[in-house]
Design a protein around this ligand. Structure first.
Ligand code: THU
Length: 143
């Protein structure tokens, strides 16, 4: 499943819109139903209006009626880097970690940071965002 998720993210990478940073990012989330939803970073001339790939992948999933994620793969390409450094293990930014938290169980969510289908590392969201604030931290979010 890791490889399939990474492949989906890699297929989306060329759709990334990153003319300002030159840093293309794509993410693929695996929902509880087994479907894969992708997203890319979308930048803006007004820089703070940028949207990260992970957030767009999650938004895509929620827009299609799903609300639980069990894995996410993140891939990137730094067009400003030298040939050897173009691919790196891209770790979700702080805001993306919080967005992932909303729709997952942190101990179970596998975050796959990949250079390609055979070179990747996997951590849990709990490792990236310990002691997190989530839906059940609020009365309104308790189910
Ligand atoms: N970016 C993401 O899409 N996800 C992350 O987790 C880190 C950063 C994007 C935002 C911006 O378009 C570019 O990478 C450089 O920060």
């Amino acid at each position: 499943m890791e490889k399939k998720l990474i492949r989906s993210a890699l297929e989306a990478l060329d759709n990334s819109y990153a003319p300002y940073s030159g840093f293309n990012v794509a993410a693929a989330v695996l929902s509880d139903s087994g479907k894969i939803y992708t997203g890319v970073n979308v930048e803006n001339a007004s820089f703070p209006a940028c949207i990260c790939a992970e957030c767009n992948a999650v938004s895509n999933m929620v827009s299609c009626g799903e609300k639980r994620i069990s894995a996410i793969a993140v891939v990137s390409r730094d067009n400003k880097a030298g040939e050897d450094d173009k691919k790196s293990y891209t770790s979700p930014c702080g805001i993306c970690r919080q967005v992932l938290r909303e729709f997952s169980e942190p101990k179970e969510l596998r975050v796959i940071m990949a250079k390609n289908e055979s070179d990747y590392k996997t951590v849990t969201l709990e490792e990236l965002l310990p002691d997190s604030f989530g839906p059940d931290s609020l009365q309104a979010g308790k189910s």
